[in-house]
Write a protein that binds this ligand. Structure first.
Ligand code: 6GU
Length: 228
């Protein structure tokens, strides 16, 4: 899979060199490149924003640098992802969809967002998705793109060493994960639940399922409602 990111802060994405995704990049499974939007400006101040038509606070990102930058990257195979608090909520389901795409392009806006015509134009050429991480406000799309790249990247075959570790995770089956324990069996007076030491695999599986349901009911009851 190839991932391109357009941003005014390409250096943010140097963290992708480390850890799991860094290894996947070295192994050639993932190709990730961050591109500086300002390379596509043509004025002395490398201007990427301007005041909003209709007035109001804040600045809007100009369409021309975006058009130039995205034209240089987008192909018929691309999905354009625009991180935005006005987008649809990012979910594991969406991460799975994106993991099947051969090419993702992230357009990371700052300020009050990107001129709407950029989304309108590319929507006539390729799939475009406005995606939000949740109901809170970040200063720009960079941190959101990073979160999405990590969630998507680890689903690409070969990135996570043991594919089974992808299955028993929060959200993969619509429930939160069960609590995990390792040695020692007693730590600061706290014992590991005895069933986990019983060697009874059926009892362990049943206990974990109960824990998942109890935990989900307590902190995310809407996930249970969604399952019907
Ligand atoms: Cl995707 N972008 C920004 N700027 N803020 C957010 C967000 C995205 N998701 C939640 N808040």
């Amino acid at each position: 899979m190839r991932i391109d990111i357009v941003t005014i802060f390409p250096e943010f994405f140097s963290v992708l060199d480390v850890s799991l995704l860094g290894r996947a990049r070295q192994a050639g499974i993932l190709q990730v490149a961050a591109h500086d939007l300002r390379e596509h400006t043509h004025d002395r101040h490398r201007t990427v924003d301007d005041t909003p038509y209709g007035g109001g606070a804040g600045m809007v990102m100009k369409p021309e640098p975006w058009g130039e930058a995205l034209d240089a990257l987008v192909t018929d195979e691309s999905v354009l992802i625009v991180p935005s608090p006005a987008g649809e909520p990012f979910t594991q389901q969406i991460a799975r969809e994106f993991a099947h795409a051969p090419h993702l392009v992230f357009a990371c806006g700052r300020y009050e967002g990107i001129d709407q015509r950029v989304v309108d134009h590319y929507s006539s050429r390729i799939p475009v998705r406005l995606i939000s991480l949740g109901d809170y406000v970040l200063n720009g799309g960079e941190v959101a793109a990073m979160a999405m790249i990590e969630a998507v990247g680890r689903l690409v075959p070969g990135v996570v060493g043991n594919p089974e570790s992808l299955v028993e995770e929060s959200h993969e089956d619509g429930l939160l994960e069960y609590p995990s324990y390792t040695k020692p069996a007693v730590w600061r007076g706290l014992e590991v639940p005895p069933v986990l030491l019983s060697g009874n695999h059926g009892a362990v599986a049943a206990w974990r399922r109960e824990q998942q349901i109890e935990r989900t009911r307590r902190v995310r009851p809407e996930l249970l409602d969604d399952r019907g």
